[in-house]
Design a protein around this ligand. Sequence first.
Ligand code: 5GP
Length: 194
Amino acid sequence: MKELENRIQEDGRVIGKDILKVDSFLNHQIDPQLMLAMGQEFARLFANQGVTKILTVEASGIAPAVMAGLEMKVPVVFARKSKSRILSDAAFTADVYSFTKQTSNAIRIDKRFLSADDHVLLIDDFLANGQALLGLKEIADQAQATVVGAGIVIEKSFQPGRDNAINAGIQNIHSLARIAAFENGQVCFVDEEK
Ligand code: 5GP
């Protein structure tokens, strides 16, 4: 998505060798117009696939997920993070290792909000190692819901997230911006034409 790539080039900051900071428009301060355009793009990419629900993880996945849900006219459920994996009859849970925080969190979704009838679209702000997607897939599996695909705002294609998600059975992964590499602090995008 050209508009997103341009914004990343203008306002993104590369931190170290593998982190992109985009907190001026994506995950701290939010640009609602850009967020809405991204939701519309997700709706276009996943049209006619019978999506009944969007799943994401708090906090940074919520804004793009809500915009997609608005366009697709389906509810959005965000997994809550908690320190420990408290086994509960009332919730589906999975452990997720956070790429940026380097700690493991349990994520949970109340059983009232996901069922075997659901066709679920997973949405997140970044795809790095794929841990968040794998956790959401595990929760969808517990509910016997069908995962129809994953929509990612920014994919770092030099990390193994896409392969890990495919190996976990997540098909149909679409990213609005795919980063091939960081070179001298500059962002290089995957050339989708090739
Ligand atoms: P994964 O679960 O794919 O290993 O990592 C994705 C999660 O880690 C996202 O939900 C996002 O919050 C965070 N993350 C991963 N890489 C980056 C990054 O380069 N920048 C920021 N801001 N967050 C990231």
